[in-house]
Design a protein around this ligand. Structure first.
Ligand code: MG
Length: 255
């Protein structure tokens, strides 16, 4: 993966920035640093300031695994154009069917995992998140969760940090969510920045030439063509994006 801010790649970034581009960001681990208690995740003040300015120059969306309302309260006042929650599902027409599926799973999982102290089932309405960070035997807890969810049938499992997410198999993923947002906001291209397994669904669409994918993190292999070494570099990318639009003379309309 090439570093997106390396001088050699400046031209590519500029071409995208000067096109009719949509910016998409994951939340945790991308805009907000990973914290040990997910409920404490927040935008650092510097990122908040920069993102507010970026959102004045570009249409911006955030696509997160969190529920939409959860992300919305963390981004209040920033001015992003859309927030998409539940790994790309929310909002989505036809969500009632997914809601019913999730409603069916929940009591089954509660029963199967009742013996496990410390496992918390978070109901995000269109998906479930099974947290095992508070379990003493995390490896065994994770194995128990995987056994329990496999018995549900046609599901998609997404592994997170000390959490196993369970989604309806055919629900839209982040890549589909981004494509739909492109249509809705009438954009031609997209720059998408993310660090998760689910962000790979976006990066997988890169060969169309319409997407510039930026994977955040140095460890994992990714389908993205570009990377930032870590979440701490996201501010640099935001600054570069602001500079590129300032240079081509578009004025910041202000907050
Ligand atoms: Mg993330």
């Amino acid at each position: 993966l090439k570093h997106v801010l390396a001088p050699a790649n400046r031209e590519v970034l500029a071409q995208f920035a000067w096109s009719n581009v949509l910016l998409g960001f994951d939340f945790d681990g991308t805009l907000a640093p990973i914290v040990s208690e997910p409920d404490r995740a927040a935008l650092p003040p510097s990122t908040r300031r920069l993102l507010r300015s970026v959102a004045n120059y570009y249409p911006c969306i955030v696509i997160s695994g969190r529920s939409r309302s959860d992300v919305a309260k963390r981004l209040r006042g920033v001015g992003v154009h859309e927030i998409i929650g539940n790994h790309g599902i929310e909002p989505w027409h036809g969500t009632l069917r997914y809601r019913r599926e999730v409603d069916r799973w929940r009591p089954l999982l509660e029963r199967r995992l009742a013996a496990w102290r410390g496992i918390a089932i978070e109901d995000k309405r269109l998906s479930l998140a099974l947290h095992y960070r508070h379990c003493r035997k995390r490896r065994q807890a994770r194995a128990a969760i995987l056994r329990a969810v496999q018995a549900l049938g046609d599901i998609r499992v997404i592994h997170g940090k000390l959490v196993v997410n369970v989604l309806p198999r055919d629900a839209p993923h982040k890549g589909i969510a981004l494509e739909n947002a492109l249509d809705r906001l009438r954009c031609d291209t997209a720059i998408y920045v993310g660090d998760d397994e689910t962000d790979e669904d976006v990066f997988a669409m890169e060969d169309s030439g319409r997407f510039l994918g930026v994977h955040v993190g140095s460890k994992r292999a990714s389908l993205a063509s570009y990377r930032l070494r870590g979440q701490s570099e996201v501010n640099r990318l935001l600054r570069a994006l602001i500079d590129l639009r300032r240079r081509c003379g578009r004025r910041d309309p202000g907050p």
